[in-house]
Design a protein around this ligand. Structure first.
Ligand code: AMP
Length: 221
């Protein structure tokens, strides 16, 4: 029986965090909280948040900390997070990580693991430029490595597949620069707390899932 998991998935855009988060979500019955998904929905729904976030996202820049911190704080207070949560794409800066620590301390629910998924940048560019997402159910495909049965159509729900605006090559490079300067320092922030575990993120989805479970070790039993 898996224990409650309070996990941060760390890794560059395209490292496979979202894919592994979806698998872990089923295993642990704890929700995947993807700030990227929350923001994309806000942009599509044209909410006040979406209008503030869209320009930053299209440029491959980070949305300001105060905007994102409030959203995650509200999401973590929801009932379905009482048995744990899987944070995917948050925190992305040291101030976000500090604020998350403070929020979870108040809730008496500190993180029990931070898993860093490591993939070389050259592979990331290849992965992201071929990535396609289902507009309806969010399922992920890759035009070369994991193509859908029918071009442009989701295998799972028949929805339309699209390429994210920020998955164009120039924006990918910018996102990787932002990752190196603002997010990569989180690895040593969490290593100092004794929370950091690392996995090699190159391989098939199943191979990486096996490594992820091995790295989570005690939490998976
Ligand atoms: P993702 O789907 O995680 O790659 O996120 C897509 C975009 O949403 C990023 O490039 C940022 O513009 C924005 N975003 C997502 N999460 C965060 C965060 N924690 N802090 C700031 N911006 C974020």
């Amino acid at each position: 029986m898996a224990k409650a998991i309070r996990l941060v998935l760390l890794g560059a855009p395209g490292a496979g965090k979202g894919t592994q988060a979806k698998l872990l979500q089923e295993k642990f019955a704890a929700p995947q909280i993807s700030t990227g998904d929350i923001l994309r929905k806000a942009v599509a729904d044209q909410t006040a948040l979406g209008k503030q976030a869209a320009d930053f996202m299209n440029r491959g820049a980070l949305v300001p900390d105060d905007l994102i911190i409030n959203i995650v704080g509200e999401r973590l207070a929801a009932d379905d997070c009482k048995q744990g949560f899987i944070l995917d794409g948050f925190p992305r800066t040291i101030p976000q990580a500090e604020s998350l620590d403070a929020t979870l301390k108040r809730m008496g629910q500190p993180l029990n693991c931070v898993l860093s998924v490591r993939v070389p940048h050259a592979e990331i560019v290849e992965r992201l430029s071929g990535r396609r997402t289902c507009r309806k159910c969010g399922a992920l495909f890759h035009i070369t490595f994991d193509p859908p049965r029918a071009q442009g159509v989701c295998d799972k729900c028949g929805g339309e597949l699209f390429q994210r605006d920020d998955d164009q090559e120039a924006t990918i490079k910018k996102r990787l620069d932002v990752y190196e300067s603002q997010t990569a320092p989180l690895a040593s922030y969490y290593a100092k707390q004794g929370l950091l575990r690392e996995v090699d993120g190159v391989g098939t989805i199943d191979e990486i899932r096996t490594r992820v479970y091995a790295a989570l070790g005690d939490l998976v039993q």
